[in-house]
Write a protein that binds this ligand. Structure first.
Ligand code: HEC
Length: 129
């Protein structure tokens, strides 16, 4: 309870400061708003995202940028979500492999359950634009 008031109070102070100055402080407010809104739209699939964070996926993948593996948004745009596609991609995550995006192979993840792999794939496919 107390914490909420403090945070709310701080937000008011920050808001008041911004409206009183015409300096670049206003820019930072805009950036914060932009950064938080995509996160809210994605929260429907937090199970898959949590699993991705718990595993090693993010060493090779980013949501919006190619690293070693393709950006998750590119993966989402390549496929149309269906039970068959989710199944195929989940198996690929477990078994690893290459060929769909280039010569670099994804490492296998044999300790993942099919169900967990499917949750992750569902989250990835939900990033489609
Ligand atoms: C060692 C780096 C690496 C790690 C770790 C990794 N990936 Fe990948 N991933 C890749 C590469 C490289 C590809 C592209 C494979 C290809 O060309 O077919 C890929 C492709 C994919 C694809 C698309 C597959 C296709 O056939 O289109 C999905 C989905 C995916 N990864 C999910 C995951 C998930 C979920 C994890 C964590 C459990 C993970 N990856 C961990 C490197 C990695």
């Amino acid at each position: 309870m107390k914490k909420t008031f403090v945070i709310f109070g701080l937000a008011l102070v920050v808001a008041a400061c911004n409206s009183n100055s015409n300096k670049s402080a206003g820019d930072s407010t805009a950036t914060t708003t932009a950064a938080t809104s995509p996160a809210t739209s994605v929260s429907a699939d937090t199970v898959g995202l949590a699993l991705i964070k718990k595993n090693d996926c993010l060493t090779c993948h980013k949501v919006d940028q190619k690293v070693i593996g393709p950006a998750y948004q590119d993966v989402a745009n390549k496929y149309t979500s269906s039970p068959a596609v989710i199944d195929t991609l989940a198996n690929k995550v477990i078994k690893g492999g290459s060929g769909n995006w280039g010569a670099i192979a994804m490492s296998p993840h044999p300790s993942l359950s099919e169900a967990d792999a499917q949750e992750m794939v569902k989250y990835i496919l939900s990033l489609k634009k």
